[in-house]
Design a protein around this ligand. Structure first.
Ligand SMILES: Nc1ncnc2c1ncn2[C@@H]1O[C@H](COP(=O)(O)OP(=O)(O)OP(=O)(O)O)[C@@H](O)[C@H]1O
Ligand SMILES: [Mg+2]
Length: 387
């Protein structure tokens, strides 16, 4: 019998943190030595990772924290908090609640203020003799959304606990661009410091090497060859994708799924072409996984309204009507109109849809020539993840 396409398809999904991160080894080393130094000196350090979409920022911070636990966890108890404002909410209190909840659940309480949560977290870590690593991802998203000084306390941990040892040796902050710094005041900026690691976009050769390592752990050897991987690397490192490795992986994953559903023994160029004509770098699996049920409903409404329209744009009116229809089909309560409009705005902020006016709402980067297939495919993914 033929072997199937995947050994383990979950290893291609965005939630998987790969063991090996080619081209990010030096960043991992820098993070590790900062961590070790901070522990020796019982101080703390703030490091920033700045890089465009899909340059490995999230994967690198998570790999770093997990490596520290597997390497030093036997000698020193280590915990880490991964906070993503897009996922956990972007207000100051939401971020500090996540911090306490993940680093020191013993101290977590919804009645505490942000400062109190940080103080209690530091106290608890010291009492239990546990080191805590803080990973604050996509800080630009939080700063764009609100004016509160989010990183102030995190960059001045010594002021939160002047007497004791600081049990948070490393704070890693990531952003897509440098301009989040423009929104900070001088005090925040000066304490943030200048330890910045810039992640360049991957070029075609790098995408190739990365895809090859990812394929080796997720696909059967008989299901692909280097030419197929090279093909994906070449097209996804050119405009309009420009080496967004997330999209390259999305293409590989979906091409594998397609090959599987067609009963093929291996992924072909044809599978890749088909997948690329119905997917878009602007909406990947990860973007969909990060959506709340409300946002999924809103995106589904936009998608189905566009489908009815058979045009590249539709109106808010039609989207709202569609939402009603979907809710009655699914037997769920409709969203309040103002909440629904907020959700539409949020999708626009995330770059998933394109709001050019109440009568002109479309999906960013949807392939024009194949809109129908693309929308059907998007709907199937949205429905699938609602279950
Ligand atoms: N060097 C690498 N080796 C193997 N896989 C990688 C590498 N860099 C990134 N990836 C994978 O590519 C995908 C995108 O990477 P990641 O999520 O870390 O990007 P990002 O910089 O955080 O992007 P964004 O700004 O959109 O959040 C993930 O699935 C990640 O595991
Ligand atoms: Mg990321």
């Amino acid at each position: 019998m033929a072997k199937g396409i995947f050994i383990d398809s979950s290893k291609l999904l965005p939630s998987y943190v790969p063991e090996e991160l080619p081209y990010r080894e030096s960043a991992l080393n820098e993070l590790e030595s900062s961590f070790i130094n901070s522990i020796k000196e019982t101080g703390f350090e703030v490091l920033q990772i700045v890089g465009d979409v899909g340059t490995g920022k999230t994967a690198t911070m998570l790999r770093f924290a997990q490596n520290m636990i597997s390497k030093y966890g036997k000698r020193t108890a280590i915990r880490y908090a991964y906070i993503n404002p897009r996922q956990h909410g972007s207000t100051r209190i939401m971020i500090f609640r996540q911090l306490a909840y993940q680093l020191a659940p013993e101290a977590y309480s919804t009645s505490l203020s942000a400062e109190e949560l940080l103080f209690e977290t530091l106290q608890t870590l010291e009492r239990l003799n546990v080191r805590g690593i803080v990973l604050l991802d996509e800080i630009d998203f939080a700063i764009k959304k609100n004016q509160e000084p989010i990183i102030y306390n995190l960059t001045r941990l010594n002021e939160s606990k002047p007497s004791g040892i600081i049990m948070i040796p490393t704070v890693v902050i990531s952003s897509r661009a440098m301009n989040f710094r423009d929104k900070l005041d001088r005090a925040e900026l000066s304490s943030l410091g200048n330890r910045i690691m810039f992640f360049e976009r991957y070029n075609s050769e790098q995408v190739f090497k990365i895809l090859l390592t990812r394929a080796a752990s997720s696909l059967n050897l008989s299901a692909y060859n280097e030419d197929i991987i090279k093909y994906i690397a070449d097209i996804t490192s050119r405009p309009p994708v420009y080496g967004d490795i997330r999209y390259s992986l999305d293409v590989l994953y979906n091409a594998g799924r397609l090959a599987e559903s067609r009963g093929s023994e291996a992924i072909t160029v044809e599978h890749i072409r088909t997948v690329m004509s119905i997917t878009t770098p602007s909406i990947t699996q990860e973007d969909i996984e990060l959506l709340s049920p409300e946002l999924k409903l809103a995106l589904l409404s936009v998608t189905r309204a566009l489908m009815m329209e058979k045009e590249n744009y539709t109106s808010l009116d039609k989207i709202v009507k569609m939402q009603r229809e979907i809710c009655s089909e699914m037997g769920v309560k409709e969203m309040d109109l103002s909440e629904f409009i907020k959700a539409i705005q949020e999708l626009d902020d995330r770059g998933l849809i394109d709001v050019k006016g109440v009568a002109r709402i479309g999906i960013s980067g949807a392939p024009l020539h194949n809109l129908d297939d693309f929308l059907t495919y998007l709907i199937s993914r949205l429905n699938f993840h609602d279950k």
